[in-house]
Design a protein around this ligand. Structure first.
Ligand SMILES: Nc1ncnc2c1ncn2[C@@H]1O[C@H](COP(=O)(O)OP(=O)(O)O)[C@@H](O)[C@H]1O
Ligand SMILES: [Mg+2]
Length: 233
């Protein structure tokens, strides 16, 4: 569903992504692993058109999207949750969800607020609560739920477990597996190998804007030197 080929991007004159290639299919969770500063967020921003692709391809559903503006990419059904989870603090949970609403999409689950509350039970009891009066974990869930209101076929989640309490991390893992069960393609970035092992089918490791490994979670689990070299221990 998502196919990235030889992607390059820059911040000003700084060459950040050096030929990144990866793919993710529907019903699959793929982890993009790497240390802080490795280029994970830049991969997601470049896929979303928020950072221009200097070279390379992004194919989504067989369509080239690397020259499209971000809002058009989102409307094609590619959802994105950035690492700085931004809820509308003055709006209630229900209002935040309404902001993300888009028409149903062929080949994607059609989310309603009630279906999302089943996915994120923590949010169900706080429908009228302003976003600004929620914990970090609740805000993270709300941001993902708001993105799902757009009925995406694929979601990019930038460090979804970061800064969350262990119990919330566990719930987040459940929710991500439920998305996979709905047939979505999920690409998530992580420094947390443990969390990735709980949810992902495959992983890529990125370092200095280059993919250093691509393979199954089992392969990664059996290769200690790979983990030591590229991932925080
Ligand atoms: N807005 C920016 N301007 C300039 N350099 C940036 C910017 N954002 C990130 N970088 C640099 O790009 C590299 C990759 O960053 P990033 O994609 O955020 O890494 P990660 O998400 O893996 O922590 C880092 O060296 C970082 O300092
Ligand atoms: Mg990042």
């Amino acid at each position: 569903m998502l196919l990235v080929k030889d992607l390059h991007s820059y911040y000003g004159r700084a060459h950040i992504l050096h030929g990144v290639s990866l793919e993710a299919s529907g019903g699959e969770v793929v982890a993009l692993l790497g240390r802080n500063g490795a280029g994970k967020s830049t991969v997601m921003k470049t896929i979303m058109g928020l950072v221009p692709a200097a070279a390379g391809e992004v194919n989504f559903d067989g369509r080239r999207i690397e020259r499209l503006p971000p809002y058009r990419i989102a409307r094609l059904g590619l959802g994105y949750v950035p690492e700085d989870r931004r809820v509308f603090t003055e709006l209630t949970v229900m209002e935040n969800l309404a902001v993300g609403l888009q028409p149903p999409r062929k080949g994607a689950p059609a989310w309603t607020a009630d279906k999302l509350f089943a996915l994120f039970p923590n949010l169900a009891g706080m429908r009228e609560r302003p976003g600004g009066r929620m914990s970090g974990g609740e805000q993270q869930m709300l941001t993902i739920a708001r993105t799902l209101m757009g009925n995406p076929r694929c979601v990019l989640l930038d460090e979804p477990s970061e800064g969350l309490a262990p119990i919330i991390v566990e719930q987040m893992a459940h929710s991500i597996l439920a998305l996979k069960g709905e047939g979505l393609c999920v690409l998530l970035s992580e420094q947390n190998l443990h969390f990735s092992q709980a949810v992902a089918d495959r992983a890529y490791i990125i370092e200095k804007g280059q993919i250093r490994f691509g393979g199954s979670m089992a392969e990664l689990a059996s290769d200690a030197s790979l983990r030591e070299q590229y991932l925080s221990v």
